[in-house]
Design a protein around this ligand. Structure first.
Ligand code: PT1
Length: 375
């Protein structure tokens, strides 16, 4: 399954065109299977690898239709004869392997969900309210997360929780740079959580190998800052700004709208010279979404594989988890956050951004055993 047909398709030019991935109706891989069963079904032509595996899917929701993979393939093959034009291409985007992220394997038989540990160097973060506001404390905390199994440390100096106010770039730089430098010097994989081009450039120079941007490189100079480096980027969807985003967010179809918006940002990256294999997408849970919007995004998360990029999610301790579990205290939202991480992993998300690294690692390890996965 890790060597499925189409593995080299990532190199083919039309595959790179996100406009073709926006076809209607949306495709939702469903009937997700794992382990030996997944391999057997793939070999029998009755399942397709989900983003290169280790998961696979047997069915696809296609508008109002629910189709078996074997039937879909038949339909895709008829595309040349004037059938579903770009179905074959979209199937390939859903199932081809993802490139490694900053050297971390994301696809294939032995790949496991990667854990990104949140390291906020802010006095006002929503759930860890200034626990490690000074750089020294943040470095100690991040090292502990790495020991607990974080694959990536996400360093942020500006809170983006709903209602948060912006900080000056100098302030943000003063907070994050010493932390990025120290962690990169320790050989850790560091992502910089920022919207600002100058912070991106400085953090990349200090050793960050991933830019995590909740504004998806829409701020002035941000596309260029990433394009002129060789780092990877996480493009996250947000409606409005953190200050205003929760004021009556409305969508026609939240999953399709977010998908299409991300497709446009992926295209903007391509045009700026950022290659497809450097791009990760993130639907932006809690950023300009109601509780129902977040529920739809989680339930239909597998649709986002249709862009042919790796998929990251941030669910940990967010207010919709509080709403689903009647828990007001963000730090007490751990059980819900673990279930959310498993939910996302079971839909093939390759990266989960979390506060509780050791607990998430344990929860995912047990889920993998139960699913029959080998690592
Ligand atoms: C995220 C994310 C992020 N979330 C990425 N980066 C935050 N790639 C910061 C609430 O409703 O999901 N993906 N960086 C934190 N943002 C929020 C949003 C925190 C909503 C809290 C809420 O409570």
């Amino acid at each position: 399954m890790n060597e499925i047909k189409g593995a080299s398709a990532v190199q083919r030019e039309p595959f790179f065109d996100p406009r073709q991935m926006r076809g209607r109706p949306g495709l939702e891989p469903t009937g997700v299977v794992a382990g030996p069963v997944a391999l057997a079904l793939c070999e029998a032509g009755q399942a397709l690898a989900l983003a290169g595996g280790p998961l696979a899917f047997t069915h696809m929701r296609f508008g109002n239709e629910l189709l078996a993979v074997a039937d879909l393939r038949r339909r895709a093959e008829q595309a040349d004869m004037g059938g579903d034009e770009n179905l074959a291409l979209r199937l390939e985007a859903l199932s081809c392997p993802r490139a490694p992220l900053a050297g971390l394997a994301l696809s294939g038989r032995g790949a496991r969900t990667r854990i990104m540990g949140v390291c906020n160097v802010t006095p006002d973060s929503f759930s860890d309210g200034g626990d490690h506001a000074d750089p020294g404390a943040a470095v100690t905390f991040a090292r502990r997360m790495a020991e607990a199994g974080a694959d990536i440390i996400d360093v942020g100096g500006e809170s983006t929780r709903p209602g948060a106010l912006p900080v000056s770039h100098t302030e943000e730089l003063d907070r994050v740079l010493p932390v990025v430098e120290a962690l990169a010097a320790n050989g850790l994989t560091v992502s910089i959580d920022t919207r600002h081009a100058d912070v991106m450039r400085a953090a990349i120079a200090a050793g960050a190998t991933i830019v995590n941007d909740v504004a998806a490189l829409t701020e002035p100079g941000a596309l260029e800052a990433v394009a002129q480096s060789n780092v990877s980027v996480i493009l996250m969807h947000m409606r409005g700004t953190p200050e205003t985003m929760q004021a009556r967010p409305a969508y026609e179809d939240v999953v399709q709208d977010v998908f299409d918006w991300l497709a446009d940002r992926v295209q903007a990256c391509h045009i700026a010279g950022i290659s497809h294999d450097r791009i990760v997408i993130d639907p932006g849970f809690g950023f300009g979404k109601t509780v129902e919007h977040n529920a739809a995004l989680l339930a239909q998360l597998a649709r986002f594989h249709g862009l042919g990029c790796a998929l990251a999610v941030g669910l940990s301790r967010k207010s919709f988890i509080g709403a689903w579990t009647s828990e007001k205290d963000p730090k007490a939202r751990l059980p819900g956050s673990l279930a959310a991480a498993i939910s996302a992993a079971a839909r093939g998300a390759q990266i989960v951004r979390v506060h509780d690294v050791a607990q998430t690692r344990a929860a995912l390890a047990v889920w993998r055993k139960g699913a029959g996965l080998s690592v």
